[in-house]
Design a protein around this ligand. Structure first.
Ligand code: TXA
Ligand code: MG
Length: 306
């Protein structure tokens, strides 16, 4: 179905190029996992610190043995249940995988993306790829071809268009190399789902639970300053008092105030990018329901803290 596009992508990867590909979470900047020179280009393009490891993307279960060793039972339990899908599992790395791929670590993060084009490209290339999100370091992750163009335009030979990403935030990352399984990055697959699949409790460490009441303010991703409100009356009053300012109110349920935009995992990053061209400020209403959306909450707090 996508054969021409897939063939072109796979041949560029074989020639050790870096290309952008769609996944169900966000777009990725891809290179062959056994091509250290190509992986180095990814770090240069993204301006990413060399010690920040990349995620290996596979299209079939056999490839796990090419890139990992001493694979624990939990890996297969979770992989059978959630692959392909927005879950990344960290296990011990195979010695054949170049250290540049894992930021010098002896572990490797693995996921199987749930996007037909991504799967076909990896299958056709016949090698796992590494693929960080296809944004410049510090920018919001890309959820459309246009977003990748903004950050890399003519710097890469191909951006494969796979439409808007259906999930919109990055995968849940779970480490299986410690004493107990542990969530390193929350996403749309929840701790509860992981625990019920494994029939065990996860190690808990995440600090994003601790949120001081009131507002947070900052410029990071996006460039638009962000204010977080936990109190409904406070945000209503702010909107009322500052009618002349150009702002958006991002909320997961309507407040009936002006300039509000419905927020979800799927719309978060495009709203962030669009806001930079449209408004001077983003107000976020962090309602009690949003506390359950750990992935979304994590991204909002990251974007609003220094
Ligand atoms: O949804 C996703 O995971 C997207 C799409 C493109 O697949 N990729 C993505 O990659 O978000 P990136 O590079 O933007 O984020 C990878 C995250 C980082 O937080 C990194 O530190 C962590 O995964 N990670 C990768 N390998 C690791 C390892 N061996 N141990 C611990 N953390 C690791
Ligand atoms: Mg990223």
């Amino acid at each position: 179905m996508h054969s021409k596009k897939v063939y072109l992508a796979a041949s560029l990867l074989k020639e050790k190029n870096v290309i952008a590909i769609p996944t169900e979470t966000v777009y990725g900047l891809a290179a062959g996992i056994f091509y250290p020179e190509a992986i180095e280009k990814i770090f240069m393009l993204k301006k990413r610190p060399q010690d920040n490891p990349l995620i290996a993307h596979i299209s079939n279960f056999d490839q796990v043995h090419e890139i990992a060793r001493d694979i624990p039972g939990e890996f297969w339990t979770l992989a059978k249940k959630f692959f392909p899908g927005p879950l990344t599992l960290v296990v011990k790395k195979h010695p054949n995988v170049p250290l540049i791929a894992t930021g010098g670590q002896d572990s490797i993060a693995i996921r199987m993306p749930n996007h037909p084009i991504a799967l076909e490209i990896i299958e056709n290339f016949n090698m796992p790829i590494v693929a960080p999100s296809a944004n410049l370091s510090g920018r919001p992750s890309p959820t459309s071809e246009a977003h990748v163009k903004e950050d890399f335009g003519d710097k890469i030979p191909l951006i494969v268009d796979g439409g808007q990403c259906s999930i919109g935030i990055e995968s849940t990352v779970v480490s299986l190399v410690g004493e107990n399984p542990q969530i390193l990055r929350p996403g749309t697959i929840t701790a509860r789902e992981i625990e019920s699949a494994l029939q065990t409790s996860l190690q808990t460490t995440l600090s994003h639970e601790v949120l001081s009441p009131g507002m947070k303010y900052q410029h990071y991703a996006p460039k638009t300053p962000l204010m977080i409100f936990e109190n409904l009356e406070e945000i209503r009053q702010y909107v009322e008092r500052n009618k002349d300012e150009r702002f958006w109110v991002l909320t997961i349920e309507s407040l009936g105030v002006s300039n509000e935009k419905l927020l979800s995992e799927k719309t978060l990053y495009s709203l962030f990018r669009e806001s930079e061209k449209t408004v001077d400020k983003i107000l976020i209403y962090l309602c009690p329901k949003m506390r359950k959306k750990k992935g979304l909450l994590n991204r909002l707090l990251k974007a609003s803290s220094v």
